[in-house]
Design a protein around this ligand. Structure first.
Ligand code: ADP
Length: 518
């Protein structure tokens, strides 16, 4: 059973609407063409009857004369001259005389020389003899007018049969008759033409609904065909879920709009897949990072509980456990901060400050650890560099970069920090001549928990959490800036940060859509 909802869906469906559009278009077009043809046919049929009447008129002028007949009391009569033995002539004349009338210029029908009756045929009488006043007017018009008047008119017989009449002026001549204008009208029935026109109209009236039905069915079929790939795309899209994001909708290589849609859709899924992958990686990394110190703490506590005998052994186990707890809370704090950043909960506290002072203070603070590590730390600063930034975040950013540079630069190396004010932005560079980063690792160093392998996988208090550069990238982005890194293994690394000169940036860091890689 078809439910009401299915019906509604059918009527609202694109296929149905397309089919209806086809049908409407088809009907409008067909009706337009039919009407145009009908008008053309009607005019052709009208021309035909007019030409027939013109020919009859010319023949009538040849066979009929208006003259004074002596045998008929010298009255003015209409007389027909033709060879009665010639069947052609007889047919033509009889045909003309079927519907005809002759009247003088005052509108009075004149007698017929043969019948002695007024020269008005019975058929003409049936369609209605013209009123004398009308005839007078027409004769006067015909004599006076320079431009030819329309000689045709339409009448109807008492049975409703259409008749076309052609009227005009014929002058009396010969046999002593004074030359005077006479009104003559001849007619011909065009019932057949009207029938032809009606037949044509009925044919179309029958054809249009048929065409409409055919058009709708054809439209429905064609719309269905056109929409099949859309349905396929929909079904494919429905099959894609969080667990099978690797699926792609196959393109049809048609290079059309639908292929473009599929391509766009696939790209979207690709991005989603990457995000999902990053999220999965992140959860795995977090649990791994948390598990390591927890296992260590457990180990220390077990040592204390089962094997420690002296106070010193207890103290050592406790000390080690505390160190691991410190690392654990460090990770938790960092993660909390990152998740706050992600969800846009951290609001930048921007103020205009002299960046040179900030950098100078930090470089000063880092002199002690630098000296301890045997690394030469220098700064190259312009006299003044004002920028609209969040002091805490910028300090966090520089601290991370400097501590990384010191951490990965061996004794005897150098770390240089420089600041440059350019027309569009402020450029901050931290470079070292330390161990450098291999090219294949460069794209990942801003990922959370990413540490370049081969530098000790087991985390130690000295080793970072792999979160520092994630923070740096996030802070730069929050200030609407850009970060670049250039590095040559064994030669050193160079971080370049460009912050917009005006420090224009969104105050709220909305980075939730980019979970793992700022
Ligand atoms: P970490 O807290 O481990 O330093 P970061 O996110 O700050 O984490 O850095 C990620 C990784 O990038 C580091 O583990 C290190 O391998 C590499 N790295 C960062 N800065 C430098 C640098 N100046 N020289 C060499 N390697 C670096």
């Amino acid at each position: 059973m078809i439910r009401k909802r299915d019906f509604r869906r059918l009527f609202r469906g694109l296929r149905f609407r397309l089919a209806i559009s086809y049908a409407v278009l088809f009907t409008v077009l067909l009706t337009g063409v039919a009407l145009a043809f009908r008008a053309r046919l009607a005019s052709a049929l009208d021309n035909q009857i007019q030409e027939e009447l013109n020919a009859d008129w010319a023949a009538m002028k040849g066979y009929m004369r208006i003259e004074q007949i002596p045998d008929f009391g010298n009255r003015i009569c209409s007389a027909w001259y033709y060879d009665e033995n010639d069947p052609d002539e007889t047919t033509i004349v009889l045909d003309i005389r079927k519907i005809y009338m002759v009247a003088d210029q005052f509108g009075n029908p004149i007698p017929d020389s043969v019948t002695h009756e007024p020269s008005v045929s019975t058929a003409y009488d049936d369609i209605g003899v013209d009123k004398p006043a009308d005839i007078r007017k027409k004769v006067l018009e015909a004599i006076a007018s320079t431009k030819p008047r329309n000689p045709f008119g339409d009448r109807k017989t008492s049975k409703g049969e259409p008749v076309k009449i052609r009227s005009g002026i014929v002058y009396s001549e010969g046999h002593g008759a004074p030359r005077a204008p006479y009104y003559v009208a001849i007619g011909a029935s065009y019932a057949d033409n009207v029938k032809t026109l009606h037949a044509y109209t009925w044919i179309f009236a029958g054809v249009i609904p048929g065409a409409l039905l055919l058009g709708s069915l054809l439209g429905y079929y064609m719309a269905g065909r056109a929409l099949t790939p859309v349905l396929a795309v929909t079904q494919a899209a429905q099959r894609i879920s969080g667990t099978n994001l690797s699926m792609r909708i196959p393109t049809r290589d048609a290079g059309d709009e639908l292929d473009y849609l599929i391509l766009t859709f696939n790209r979207m899924i690709e991005r989603l897949e990457a995000s999902f992958q990053q999220m999965r990686q992140f959860s795995a990394d977090v649990s791994h990072e948390l598990r390591t110190p927890i296992t260590a703490i457990r180990g220390q506590l077990e040592v204390a509980l089962f094997t420690a005998e002296t106070t010193d052994q207890y103290r050592e186990a406790m000390f080690n456990a505390l160190t691991d707890i410190d690392r654990l809370s460090q990770i938790v704090r960092a993660l909390l901060l990152l998740s706050q950043a992600e969800s846009g909960q951290i609001v930048l506290q921007k103020s205009r400050l002299n960046l040179c002072e900030v950098v100078d203070d930090l470089v000063e603070q880092f002199q002690i650890p630098a000296e301890a590590a045997g690394v030469r730390l220098t700064a190259q600063l312009p006299p003044e560099c004002s920028a609209e930034v969040d002091r805490v975040q910028i300090e966090r950013m520089i601290t991370n970069l400097l501590s990384n540079a010191l951490k990965f630069t061996p004794e005897g190396g150098a770390v240089k920090m420089s600041l440059q004010v350019l027309p569009q932005f402020v450029e901050l560079v931290v470079e070292d001549n330390g161990r450098g980063i291999a090219t294949e690792h460069l794209p990942h160093i801003f990922d959370r928990f990413y540490r370049v392998p081969g530098q000790g996988t087991a985390p130690t208090p000295e080793q970072g959490l792999g979160l520092g550069l994630s923070f740096v990238a996030w802070i730069v982005k929050a200030h609407n800036g850009k970060i670049e890194v250039e590095s040559t293994p064994g030669k050193g690394t160079r971080f370049i940060i460009r912050l917009p000169n005006e420090g224009v940036g969104s105050d709220t860091m909305e980075l939730a859509s980019q979970p793992a890689n700022f």
